[in-house]
Design a protein around this ligand. Sequence first.
Ligand code: FAD
Ligand code: DLZ
Ligand code: SF4
Length: 509
Amino acid sequence: MPQKRLVLILGDQLSRKISSLQGLSKSDTVVLMAEVAAEATYVRHHKKKIAFVFSAMRHFAVELRNAGWQVDYVQLDDPENSGSLRGEVARALTRHGINAVRVTEPGEYRLLTNISTWADAFACEVDVQDDTRFLATREEFAQWAAGRKSLRMEYFYREMRKKTGLLMDGEKPVADRWNFDAENRKPASDDLFMPNVLRFEPDSITRDVLKLVKKRFPDHFGDLEPFWFATTNRDAEQALDHFISEALPRFGDFQDAMLVGQKFLYHSVLSVYINSGLLDPLKVCERATAAYAEGRAPLNSVEGFIRQIIGWREFIRGIYWHAMPDYVEVNYFNADRPLPSFYWTGETDMACVREAIVQTKEEAYAHHIQRLMVTGNFAMLTGVAPKEIHEWYLAVYADAYEWVELPNVIGMSQFADGGLLASKPYASSGNYIAKMSDYCQSCRYNVKKKTSEDACPFNALYWSFLERNRNKLKANPRLGTVYATWDRMSSDKQDDYRRRSSAILENLN
Ligand code: FAD
Ligand code: DLZ
Ligand code: SF4
């Protein structure tokens, strides 16, 4: 008789194609899904994120049951709930008299480490499957990375284009160009047609979850309602359709733009669905390239979009497993400032930072340039400890799981890995924000002023960051002209920058 097995499905593995379910007979399998306090509180996740995960889990359990699987679902308020995945696996093994567990590899190192102790602790067989939702296995990435001095997304992305055949013409990229990024940096204006993100009315399952989250996590960051995320694969597919027809055509042009009151612009707002398993990343890309083939979206948009998924997303995941467990501790600039309290309230006079944080509080979402060039940039310029800013990002975004959040924060936005992931720090003065957004028009500070009390804080902070870290950055060929500009300044002007920056930093304390 085949051995009966417990299959643990985690809250971000909500796909019928998940590797842990493949090749099993339904009659010999018990699927375990468990809502546990430990996962909701190891950082204090945004209320909307917890509600999304629990509601999507409950909907997925219904879907699996309808497909004939035996699902043992433990709700958070079950009086017997032990509060951790480890505890729930232990209880389920006893409950069902099973001594074999299968799970698809989790997206976080801490959980993989925990799972690796289960075989001994529970005297059972533990079978950890690769996560086949990614294009490159961890081994493939390791092979690609081996022997390279620096790891750059662009080269890895080309491998993924060849592997998938997406936007390929035989061995060559379509239109003989791999990357259209140079065309994708237009500022937007608010007279453009803006697509609305597709919103879904909560059903009775979601309404129950909303009540639960309201009761159990009242002190967590963020607004629980209005709650409008899709929580099933079917609805997430609709959100994808909507993005392809309404926003993808202009995604490329305005990918880096920011506008007051426009939380989503032409972004897809699909990461929350892709990362949880509700959407398959490759299928999402195939839908985008089909829109190009049918003349419904231009090449710069479609290439830019798939690059984010088969390029950045895969590359980031490769870096995570390549660099963990040490990656969470890196701190190239020895930054040690506590996170300013306005990251939790949005109460700051800096209009750009306020916009990014307030919408994060409302939606558990900010788009890439807000995360990178506003909140991330500010934290790096002011010397916030990488671990503090990492935990903030992990808590506040609905799409945040450590495998994707950590390299984006530590590597891309903070340069805390000293350049493993990025070729130079994404540091910028107020100029960049003024060019790419309309935020400065409604700001108490003046982006054109440099050192006066009403001058944009990013301006002086930019120079003090560069000066403070000169020894670590001076050899970077991409920063040569920047340091030359600083050196050409009069010492009076440099002193003015220093004074202004010290005053801002003191005020942050
Ligand atoms: P779009 O702009 O529409 O992009 C399409 C898709 O590409 C996204 O849905 C996402 O799946 C993928 N993608 C784009 N950029 C990246 C990237 N750099 N890394 C991985 N995938 C990418 N993304 C997360 O999914 N989770 C995170 O926790 C996260 N934290 C971030 C923290 C910082 C500091 C920065 C700079 C970026 C972070 N990102 C993270 C990447 C990116 O900002 C989000 O994927 C994106 O904003 C999600 O919104 P969207 O679906 O509208 O994306
Ligand atoms: C994010 C999250 C939350 C809030 N809650 C649960 C949960 O109760 N049960 C569960 O199985 N998964 C949850 N998750 C997702 C996990 O944290 C995620 O699977 C790991 O971080 C690995 O990526
Ligand atoms: Fe941000 Fe400076 Fe512009 Fe104000 S002036 S919105 S602080 S960049």
